[in-house]
Design a protein around this ligand. Sequence first.
Ligand SMILES: Cc1cc2nc3c(=O)[nH]c(=O)nc-3n(C[C@H](O)[C@H](O)[C@H](O)COP(=O)(O)O)c2cc1C
Length: 221
Amino acid sequence: MTSRYAQLAFTPAVRARQQHHGSRTAYARIEQGPARADRLGDDEVGFITARDSFYLASTGESGWPYVQHRGGPPGFLRAVDATTLAFADFRGNRQYITTGNLQGNDRVALLLMDYPQRIRLKILGTAVTDDNPGPALLRALTPADYRAVVERVVLITVEAYDWNCPQHITPRYTPQEIEDDHADLCRRLAELQRQNAALPRLNERLAELEAENTALRAAVQ
Ligand SMILES: Cc1cc2nc3c(=O)[nH]c(=O)nc-3n(C[C@H](O)[C@H](O)[C@H](O)COP(=O)(O)O)c2cc1C
């Protein structure tokens, strides 16, 4: 956990619970770093741009948190620089809950999952929507060959992030990942079948050589 994440997530009530349960001393140390926004490094950027989905939480005017899934081809969530993420928001059920929420409260939480590797990355930030992005930004964020209508782009300024442990994450695989894995198995199976098919011929040859050997031994005796 970065010190910035701890500073934002450990509210007085959270700190009190940590105190009550005996984890406060260890966590208090994490908060000691500088109070400035985290910057994404190579590990974070690599992980973010490999994702084909993430969960995006916002808060409505009612005070209720709201979490929604965003998905697209890997790379649809872009790290524009060390503090900015961006994605094209596709047309969906036209409820516009996240979009509306962001008008009153720009704070967002993202949860990015890598189920096969059992890794999760949590991000806190502030988001703005842009219904009329410039053509260059729109082009950069619109996935090629993907069936979706882009309604707007969402830009997220990263404030803090936290890598989480693999606890209680069940590995899950996309059809593509299963297909890739099967393709490898199929290749290995085909190679074994080829080797298997050659075995009778090899056995025949071995028998011929043994017969020749026996004949030679008999000749030299
Ligand atoms: C035709 C259609 C129907 C959808 N129905 C639902 C739905 O019932 N529930 C849901 O959570 N998402 C649904 N989605 C996906 C959401 O519309 C999409 O995730 C959208 O970005 C949600 O934004 P919002 O939850 O911030 O309003 C649907 C998408 C389409 C294209």
